[in-house]
Design a binder for this molecule. Structure first.
Ligand SMILES: *Cc1c(COP(=O)(O)O)cnc(C)c1O
Length: 231
């Protein structure tokens, strides 16, 4: 199947999952995870109506930006971001989804301040408490949010998570549910520079589950572009 057909199929299943959960399909964004796909394939995905593109690597982002690959869609950064590379990302993307440390918050704030802009971000939560993954611990997130006045050039727009790969959908849902509860809880409190309206979770294999649990943004790679060829 081609990219346009894949994207249309995903939209259908997104809508089905939303309606089944009593939600509106238009309240859920489709973010194309574009890693390892070239500018031409990204343009096809945008023409097929994805809401945004998410890149994982600074080098790929920079190369494809220079080729105007993302015209017509929002651009997000969704991978682990090293502090020494924030210059190449801050101000270039609409949303940095994967902010996973206070050190990175400081670096992003500093760069955004230099540029005279306000950078939208999501805080990444390591919801499965996996050593192999980055992200804030669930219990640490309140303390971080209370200190957001330290970062006047950053606006927190919500949370992002990559839950553990689960052998069944019941376990999967437990992590998605936990994320939803956390985001509802945070939204109910008032923090400086924080406006919780995005909950980014769900990928090719589990996005309908994520939507059932309240996701407002799914990040889909394989189901749009096909299997990635890792060199
Ligand atoms: C690659 C990637 C995805 C998409 O993964 P698929 O399983 O290919 O849909 C989503 N989120 C992040 C952070 C990724 O790196």
């Amino acid at each position: 199947m081609c990219i346009a057909e894949n994207a249309a199929k995903i939209r259908e299943q997104m809508a089905e999952a939303a309606i089944a959960a009593g939600r509106r399909p238009e309240d859920i964004c489709l973010c194309a995870a574009t890693k390892m796909n070239d500018s031409e394939r990204i343009r096809q995905a945008i023409a097929a109506g994805v809401d945004c593109c998410g890149e994982n690597r600074v080098q790929e982002l920079t190369t494809k930006l220079a080729e105007n690959a993302y015209n017509g869609a929002q651009l997000h950064f969704i991978g682990h971001l090293q502090t020494n590379k924030v210059k190449q990302v801050v101000g270039k993307v609409d949303l940095i989804q994967s902010v996973d440390s206070e050190r990175l918050l400081r670096a992003i704030n500093k760069e955004a301040q230099l540029q005279g802009i306000c950078q939208n971000i999501l805080l990444e939560i390591n919801i499965g408490q996996e050593l192999s993954k980055s992200g804030f611990a669930k219990d640490d997130i309140y303390q971080i949010l209370e200190q957001m006045d330290l970062y006047p050039s950053i606006r927190v727009r919500g949370l992002m998570a990559i839950p553990p790969v689960c052998e069944n959908s019941t376990k999967n849902r437990k992590f998605f549910q936990e994320m939803y509860n956390l985001s509802v809880d945070i939204a109910a409190k008032k923090y400086d520079n924080v406006c919780v309206d995005i909950l980014s979770m769900g990928m090719s294999d589990d996005y309908t589950e994520a939507i059932a649990c309240g996701s407002t943004m799914i990040r889909v790679g394989t189901a749009i572009f096909g299997k990635r060829n890792y060199p």
